[in-house]
Design a protein. Structure first.
Length: 80
């Protein structure tokens, strides 16, 4: 775990533990369960994959779940 987060900074222990755990499939929302039905009524089959399994270009019928570990401050007043 220390290799993933070498400098804890202001991250508390419990938050660090939460960040290091794998995300749950329920976090995929409507895309959980291997597919969804589009607004046109077409059923789309989805395969959950890791970031390593993604290819350059289009990754049709794939869904990736990850966590944001940090944010970079923006000098502008309203970041887009």
């Amino acid at each position: 775990m220390s290799a993933s987060f070498p400098l804890q900074g202001k991250v508390r222990g419990k938050r660090l533990q939460t960040l290091s755990q794998s995300p749950r499939d329920s976090a995929l929302g409507p895309y959980a369960g291997g597919g969804y039905t589009s607004s046109s009524g077409k059923t789309i089959k989805l395969m959950r994959c890791s970031f390593k399994e993604l290819e350059v270009g289009l990754n049709a019928e794939r869904v990736v779940l990850g966590k944001v570990a940090c944010t970079v401050p923006n000098a502008e007043l309203v970041p887009l």
